[in-house]
Design a protein around this ligand. Structure first.
Ligand SMILES: Nc1ncnc2c1ncn2[C@@H]1O[C@H](COP(=O)(O)OP(=O)(O)OP(=O)(O)O)[C@@H](O)[C@H]1O
Ligand SMILES: [Mg+2]
Length: 329
């Protein structure tokens, strides 16, 4: 069964196209990640599916309901955790939950059993009577997740669920998301710019850049697409080394980041010997070399020519890298 289907879904803000003709299908029970840098269009895309924003053109269905014609049914089928915190920190955890349950017409006689159930899922039942202003960032986020589940949504939208949280809180939230999928088979759409989050949590990922989906697959397949291994080299002249490696056609793909060369090769060990030899012959000193499996950051760079940064910003690669982008055979 398909939980979400978008057809040429588009949003324009005056001259700016925030979401550009996106076609996407998400299966029921999938954890689907939208990965992209700041301003890529992730929140705008989600807002249209949640019926908060009207598309400029195109359309979408959520749980079989049309986002324009059946917005009420869509809203009843979904839960949302917004990018910006939206809980009332003058109220207790429990009061926040009750308010939300009322908003979603959860019947009074089952309200408290449901609230306790979802609070248990995020391990906040002991803190429910405390004011939210005494909660940590991670606890607030967990309360928001619990709140979004109060009406048993079939699709849950999480817009940057773990941004700004420490690794341990992040890990906790990942566990709740996994538990939720296992227990309820609910469909989860989450946006993130954390590569690790997308990699560990998502069944499939769409990489979004500049309002378009530029790659879509399982994390594993996206990594495999790059093939082989990634070599990182720091040297005293990355530009020159990069130019000579390209000329000699030693690697499949080459990018220059702020401080290092990022090379994609089929076999790192064979390539490495030739690269070191080449560096010596042109008088470039190599300070550091490491070899690893490609990760999603490499995938992102491969498709966009830019780095996606933890915490959000993305950095344009140098002109040289931009020119050299693309597979060099
Ligand atoms: N209400 C609005 N009016 C005008 N422009 C908007 C509006 N909302 C978003 N935009 C623009 O649309 C583009 C996409 O924004 P969006 O918030 O969807 O990006 P995002 O991928 O969620 O970014 P982030 O990772 O920073 O949350 C941006 O250029 C943004 O400035
Ligand atoms: Mg956003």
């Amino acid at each position: 069964m398909i939980a979400i289907e978008t057809i040429d879904l588009t949003k324009r803000f005056e001259n700016l196209i925030a979401v550009d003709k996106v076609n996407l299908k998400v299966d029921q029970g999938e954890i689907f990640g939208l990965l992209g840098p700041n301003g890529a269009g992730k929140s705008t895309f989600i807002s249209m599916l949640c019926t908060i924003l009207k598309p400029s053109s195109g359309t979408a269905k959520v749980e079989g309901y049309d986002i324009m014609r059946e917005a009420g049914d869509v809203r009843r089928s979904i839960g949302i955790v917004f990018q910006d915190p939206s809980i009332d920190d003058k109220l207790t955890g429990m009061e926040n939950m009750e308010l939300h349950a009322d908003l979603y017409d959860v019947p009074r006689d089952v309200m408290h059993s449901r609230i306790n159930e979802v609070l248990q899922l995020v391990e906040l039942e002991d803190r429910a009577s405390h004011n939210v202003n005494t909660y940590s960032g991670g606890m607030r986020r967990r309360l928001e997740i619990a709140r979004s589940l109060i009406h048993y949504p079939r699709v849950l939208f999480l817009d940057e669920p773990t941004v700004g949280l420490d690794p341990q809180s992040r890990e906790h939230i990942w566990n709740y998301i996994r538990a939720l999928k296992k227990r309820e088979n609910i469909t989860i759409i989450l946006t993130t710019h954390y590569m690790e989050e997308a990699d560990k949590l998502c069944d499939r990922i769409a990489i979004i850049d500049k309002s378009k989906i530029i790659a879509l697959d399982t994390p594993q397949k996206l990594r495999c697409e790059l093939g082989g291994e990634t070599i990182l080299i720091e040297s005293n002249n990355n530009d020159l080394l990069s130019e000579k490696i390209t000329e000699a056609k030693l690697v499949d793909n080459i990018m220059i980041t702020e401080k290092e060369l990022n090379l994609t090769v089929k076999n790192a060990h064979t390539a490495l010997a030739r690269i070191v030899e080449l560096a010596v012959s042109i008088g470039v000193y190599i300070d550091n070399i490491s070899i690893r499996e490609p990760d999603l950051n490499d995938v992102f760079m491969y498709y966009t020519g830019r780095e996606i940064r933890e915490g959000g910003g993305s950095k344009e690669l140098t002109g040289m890298a931009a020119r050299m982008r693309g597979r060099i055979k």
